[in-house]
Design a protein around this ligand. Sequence first.
Ligand code: 3MF
Ligand code: MG
Ligand code: MG
Ligand code: MG
Length: 386
Amino acid sequence: DYTPKPEHKFSFGLWTVGNVGRDPFGHPVRPALSPVDIVYLLADVGAWGVNFHDNDLVPIDATPAERNQIVREFRRALDETGLVVPMATTNLFSDPAFKDGAFTSNDPAVRAYALQKTMHAIDLGVELGAHIYVFWGGREGVETDAAKNPVEAIKRYREALNFLCEYVLDQGYDLKFALEAKPNEPRGDIYFATTGHMLAFIETLDHPEMVGVNPEVAHEHMAGLNFLHNVAQAWEAGKLFHIDLNDQYPSRYDQDYRFGSRDIKAAFFLVKFLEDVGYDGPRHFDAHAYRTEDAEGVKDFARGCMRTYLILKEKAARFNADPEIQALLADINADDAENSQFLGAYSASKATALKAKAFDREAMGARGLRYERLDQLTVEVLLGVR
Ligand code: 3MF
Ligand code: MG
Ligand code: MG
Ligand code: MG
């Protein structure tokens, strides 16, 4: 049974199922849905949560009275459907004011406006229940390095995040930040190109404990990287606060395909990892339906993301229970006391003993590891014959 349930924590952004199919060469192909319509759509397909950028919900030029009316209507839809808002974020990329970045803009007025806009957006997210706040620096980059000093850009980004962490603490909000990396698009290059860059940067902040990452499958694949390895590093560092699931062919434009639609094997190892380690955060799908789809196709897309996740979760359980796979893994990971005595923490006596030990290098090099068999068994689990 692959029916999504609240405990699976499947969420979608308003901008995902609400995507109208506009691209750089083509007009919208689907009518815009209101935020309330989208909440009902997500409830219909069985999602648990809905996320938004400030302006997905409240237009950038809304009056305070309009804002409050919109929030009231949205909250009513949440209450009626039981959907929650796990995460919120700021749109710091659509408006022309941000054409040269927000926190890293050369213009102090733009930088100050970006902080103001983010504080209002944080208030909005918290008001609707969000505990995770994502920062994707979509315009924080350049087309020409003549325009900005990249070291200055890092300092500006740090200054902004430090300011906003203090704001959250000052308000007493229970909110964590999650930084989302992307190598390029819409800018020629975007600063902090990968999750690894973000992890290094976080340690330089005033409140690193408040800040983690939101890795996105497509963004790391655009950079030609192994997404699982990025996620694993974030997890190991205690920084996997959120995740954007979708799919993407390497080194192409930002495709945001349905989760698992392109690289089933990578998606499998990702789901297996999240389930095996007990990742407890939202499974957020940051993707949209093909431009060929109508309203029904959008639901096919959303249901497909969740169904594929649950199928892969079942495959992971099958992999973990497969005696032949487990026997191979036990063999690969077998401990041997004679050698493990040399590993682990340093000591002078250990170093001396290790320097004196004779190794059978040829035997180590000659040993077959049976990864071909292991991978074939994995493929057979995925293809449904095991
Ligand atoms: C763009 C993205 C963004 C971010 C969002 C923050 C529009 O490629 O991935 O989606 O995920 O701004 O959550
Ligand atoms: Mg993206
Ligand atoms: Mg995108
Ligand atoms: Mg994303």
